[in-house]
Write a protein that binds this ligand. Sequence first.
Ligand code: SF4
Ligand code: SF4
Length: 215
Amino acid sequence: MKTITEQKPFDEIKAALGEAEKVYLVGCGTCATMCHTGGKSELLGMKDKVETIGKKVTGWMVIPTACDELTRDALIESAEDIEAADCILVMACAFGVQTVTLYLNKPVYPALNTLFIGREESPGCFTEVCMQCGSCVLAKTAGICPLVRCAKSLLNGPCGGSVDGKCEISPDTSCAWQLIYDRLAAQGQLDKLEEIEPIKDWSTSQSGGPRKVTL
Ligand code: SF4
Ligand code: SF4
């Protein structure tokens, strides 16, 4: 899984830091490093910015995988520098931020916006692949997610607005339902398009409240 992130505007970060005088920085060596939002160079860049507004950085580290439970051990190793800080600024996805929050009794602030689960299609170009709806229809749509790839999230597409295989929202965006049609055709499965997908039950998504799985 790759969680795609982008750095928040520095003014927003500055507002979150508020009156804090000393800050400890945490990055993530997995997704955020891949996205160039929370690796070593981004942390050092953030350190400069935070110091520019008159705050002291008591230390920083890039945790191998910030959402992992080993984060706890990493935080213990740097306990002294963390203790010296008024707050923690985390350059990881929201999962990483919440993992750090779990183990520290200090204010923890996100420096990144968590955008989506995605794939790196070409260097530096990330595309959303799944919104975790909780009721996957990929078996009927040739492995292409209509919820994230179609601008209208149609489950019974296409909408009729595509031109030359491109979505009506932009000539740079492929029509998801054209992609689905082409792939089903290549696999001799066009009959799947004759089945009407019923209205989606969104209670399996985050719309149904916090989700929990117990094994
Ligand atoms: S149908 Fe739902 S679970 Fe399947 S890829 Fe799309 S968003 Fe993800
Ligand atoms: S043109 Fe295709 S991708 Fe765009 S909204 Fe219509 S069906 Fe969805």
